[in-house]
Design a protein around this ligand. Structure first.
Ligand code: ZN
Length: 338
């Protein structure tokens, strides 16, 4: 009797990915921007699975697994209440170019901060003071992830709504881009965003899984809104995200630079792209990788490219993994200035 497939943890070396097969031949490889990652949680997930693993600090982990994989920048997310005080030393370690080269392997570290709807009931004046202080940090590029989550309902809905509005008002006042988490709360999220956020504000709807109709309405109303695509697009349980990609390709807005108004993200340590197990190096591996990380972004991009190609049909648009990565890179620049 074999063990359950899921109970096997592949060896640590499986986390060190080589290039995506479609990028192997490309000399000038497109750069990767992970617009939403939880770095400390990802490192902790790594340490819990590989206690004797070779990386002992967040910096070693990033240098080991991300540097050398064309990762240009990450946007880290701090969304706990109370605020984790370690944010400051991590953000400070990316202040100078020399530090970014030596500690981060040349990767640009940026972050956003806010209180997640799960923890809305823990939001108070002290937490808000900490966030406001973080907003002034030179590596801070936004307020988030904030929003509504009626799937888990970890905080009462009325508190979620009040805390969402309170954070939105500060972010808008400060001109900070927004990272939004919304799940099964379409009506309230739409109402609140349209009431409290100016049309031209920059908004990233992170890890999008809600209906394509809602995405269409929001994209239509907010010209600087981007859909965040994670590895969840590769899951057979999720059809909505692919439907949004199809809608985007088939409904280009003339005023927009590109029809593909998406940014790519991992939401690491969650959601390893499922198509990664088809790559030669992982084909024979038993079990599933216990965490995702930024160097996995090309697998999500490859999946998006296939959906976009199918949606474009005969219209002549040939979407490739390179094109998807490049469009997403430009969108990340527009969204967060990174
Ligand atoms: Zn997240």
């Amino acid at each position: 009797m074999g063990k359950n497939k899921k109970s096997f943890v592949p060896t640590e070396s499986c986390l060190s990915l080589s290039s995506h097969p479609e990028l192997e031949e490309i000399h000038d490889k497109p750069r990767i921007i992970d617009t939403h990652t939880h770095l400390v949680s990802t490192f902790n997930a790594y340490k819990s699975k590989y206690a004797q693993g070779k990386y002992n600090t967040v910096h070693e982990f990033v240098r080991g697994l991300y540097a050398g994989h064309n990762v240009e920048a990450i946007v880290d997310v701090w969304c706990e209440a109370p605020v984790q005080s370690v944010w400051r030393s991590i953000a400070n370690s990316a202040l100078t170019e020399e530090d970014r080269r030596e500690k981060w392997g040349g990767i640009e570290y940026w972050f956003v901060m806010g209180v997640h709807p799960h923890e809305a009931s823990l939001y108070n004046d002290d937490v808000e003071t900490d966030i406001l202080e973080a907003m002034a940090h030179p590596r801070c590029v936004g307020w988030g992830e904030i929003g509504l989550d009626y799937h888990y309902d970890n905080s009462p809905r009325d508190i979620q709504r009040a805390v969402f509005v309170r954070q939105l008002q500060h972010a808008v006042r400060l001109g900070k881009p927004l990272t939004i988490h919304t799940r099964e709360a379409e009506e309230d999220a739409e109402h609140i965003l349209k009431e409290h956020v100016p049309k031209d504000h920059r908004i990233h709807i992170h890890c999008y899984t809600d209906s394509p109709e809602w995405a269409a309405r929001m994209l239509d109303h907010f010209p600087n809104l981007f859909i965040g695509v994670t590895g969840v697009i590769t899951y057979s349980t999720n059809l909505n995200t692919s439907a949004v990609i199809r809608w985007l390709v088939q409904h280009p807005t003339p005023s927009q630079r590109s029809p593909l108004r998406i940014v790519l993200e991992t939401d690491a340590p969650f959601m390893v792209p499922s198509n990664i197990y088809a790559t030669p190096a992982l084909k024979e591996v038993k079990g599933r990788l216990p965490l995702s990380h930024t160097a996995m972004i090309p697998w999500t991009a490859a999946f998006v490219a296939v959906v976009a190609r199918e949606a474009a049909g005969d219209s002549g648009d040939e979407w490739t993994i390179t094109q998807v990565l490049c469009e997403a890179r430009e969108n990340a620049r527009t969204m967060y200035g990174v």
